[in-house]
Design a protein around this ligand. Sequence first.
Ligand code: SF4
Length: 364
Amino acid sequence: MIDPWSSAIIDYEKLVNQFGIKPFTELIHDIPNPDLLMKRNIIFGHRDFGKIIKAIREKKEFAVVSGMMPSGKMHIGHKMVVDQLIWYEKQGADIYIPIADMESYSARGIDFETSKELAINEYITNYIALGLDLEKSNVHVYLQSKNKIVSELAYILSKRVNYNEMKAIYGFSGSTNIAHLYVPLIQVADIIHPQLEDCGGPKPTVVPVGPDQDPHIRLTRDIAERFKSYYNFITPSSTYHRFITGLTGDKMSSSKPKTAIFLSDTPEEAEKKVRTAKTGGRESLDIQRQKGGEPEKCVVYELLLYHLIKSDSELEDIYHECKNGILMCGECKNRSANIIKKYFNQLASKRDEAKEIASTILNG
Ligand code: SF4
């Protein structure tokens, strides 16, 4: 069982083999202008993504839904979701960004006002600073607790889901509070409601998520099927991305500051963190020259791969020079630390500009 509220490291191959997630590589060649995360196999899996490719190719309407749960500071791993939204924005998608304040309340005990402030000052500010245009008419950012269409749909959908099913999917126990038990239905409605007549009717919809969110996706797809004859829903699609490894080698997590580079870190802090990150280097320079480094186990390399180097040939050079013992970790860290410092300098000024816009997104 995958638990969407835990932070266990995920075995990606097992997911593809056991849970019916399909490898993304099988359709990469059909995608016009695939995103860097797709080409680099960071988005490794999907369910039904062919429907989305078809909509993109035929220039038909489609939607992408990606929620944010305001529960802490955003780190560089979260940038991946924003990068995907930017790509979908360029493909002409309707974009829905639910702010999961109901989930924050039920699963983390965060009150609604705090959620809203966190969403504006941290998440929305960063989304804009990272390059997503939230002011476009086809982008919909909303608080779950304020969206009546979503609440009403969740209630209607809940009629055809029972406790045993929720327990089997999420592992809920007799002591789980009812809000926590109900909130997945709100998330299901978040994903399906763009297909209601009020929002333009049935359309292919994709949800880009980490694999820990697959239980929600499976439940959503099942429920969409159950209500198909009534609403004509198209079963939602999903994609799955790998998690970025934390600086210490564990999963990067906002609740474990030692593992994370936060988007609000100063350029100097980010630079310093790269210099202290776990590498795939050997015990000594001599051994590294003989055997080469292990970029597959290197957090610095992962940062370059996911976020910091856009040029495939430049990245390949680093990979091969590392593997062949030509590049040493000291020099590589220096170079990477300089890249991140420059990037965070630009991000800091964009965050300053974004703050003003962010406060208008939810307050109108
Ligand atoms: Fe990582 Fe660079 Fe060292 Fe290779 S040389 S292990 S990529 S830090």
